[in-house]
Design a protein around this ligand. Structure first.
Ligand SMILES: Nc1ncnc2c1ncn2[C@@H]1O[C@H](COP(=O)(O)OP(=O)(O)OP(=O)(O)O)[C@@H](O)[C@H]1O
Length: 256
């Protein structure tokens, strides 16, 4: 498996606070990679550094072997990295279908005149984009809620809709920021299956931040643990579960 994303000595300081310091990890193509750590450990900051929302203080981020540090967020999205957010960001007054379809239109190749004169090119492409939106809704279990306003969807489905929208941009790598937040155990289990399907059916590599340990341990190939912005451990779910430092970071020392 070739390396898809590589973080080298990734560091972000906010004034005197080192939110992320000296983080190194590599994600291989086709992996489901987990990023965990206690609250405030720096996980979302790492997503913001990868996607260009924040600039790096030190270090480098490479995507498919090329540095992407310094690129603007839209340029990074164009290389094939998309994400979801901890606080859901949907078009609340549009339907499920419209939310996905708008994102699909990012890949439309027809011009303004084609759309004004409704040329054959326009009509053919519109059909393909509609089919793509339908397929994504099907994959994410949203078809029966197609015409519901995003604001009226139950919370768990809004999270799935966010993922469908991120997938509509044809990513090679998707970053999921706490996708199971607010979900019940049954919804979380379904989400685990969906994350596997995204990797297996769409050939998308996944980097996921999550506090639900059942999800992380059940779905990830490898896991990276951050504590106070610093690397704490890296390994398979079993290795992480048995790691003394990780147990201490989450539960505290036995004699405390
Ligand atoms: N824009 C910012 N300005 C100043 N400090 C920030 C900024 N963004 C994050 N921080 C700080 O950086 C640290 C890491 O925050 P971050 O949100 O990345 O943690 P997290 O691991 O994602 O936490 P959680 O699990 O609670 O979402 C925190 O101390 C936070 O207050």
């Amino acid at each position: 498996m070739s390396e898809m994303l590589t973080l080298k000595n990734v560091t972000k300081k906010f004034g005197g606070l080192t939110a992320v310091g000296g983080v190194d990890f590599s994600i291989k193509k086709g992996e489901i990679f987990g990023l965990i750590g206690p609250n405030g450990a720096g996980k979302t900051t790492i997503f913001n550094l990868i996607t260009g929302i924040y600039g790096l203080t030190e270090g480098d981020v490479l995507f498919e072997g090329k540095s992407i540090s310094g690129l603007k967020p839209f340029q990074i999205a164009n290389t094939g990295i998309t994400r979801t957010f901890q606080n859901i960001r949907l078009f609340k007054n549009l339907t499920t279908y419209e939310n996905v379809l708008i994102a699909c239109h990012k890949s439309a190749s027809y011009g303004l005149l084609d759309s004004v004169f409704r040329t054959r090119k326009f009509k053919n492409e519109e059909k393909l984009l509609a089919k793509k939106a339908e397929d994504l809704m099907e994959l994410m279990g949203l078809t029966q809620h197609k015409n519901m306003l995003a604001s009226n969807l139950p919370y768990g489905l809004q999270r799935r809709l966010e993922i469908a929208r991120a997938l509509a941009l044809n990513p090679k790598l998707i970053l999921l920021d706490e996708p199971a937040a607010g979900m019940n155990p049954e919804e979380t289990l379904r989400l685990m299956e969906l994350i596997r399907e995204i990797r297996d059916k769409l050939d998308v590599t996944v980097l996921v931040i999550e506090h639900h340990m059942d999800l992380i341990m059940g779905v990830c190939d490898r896991i990276f643990v951050l504590n106070f912005g610093l690397p704490l451990a890296q390994g398979s779910p079993k290795e992480i579960q048995d790691d003394k430092n990780v147990i201490e970071a989450y539960l505290g020392k036995e004699d405390e």
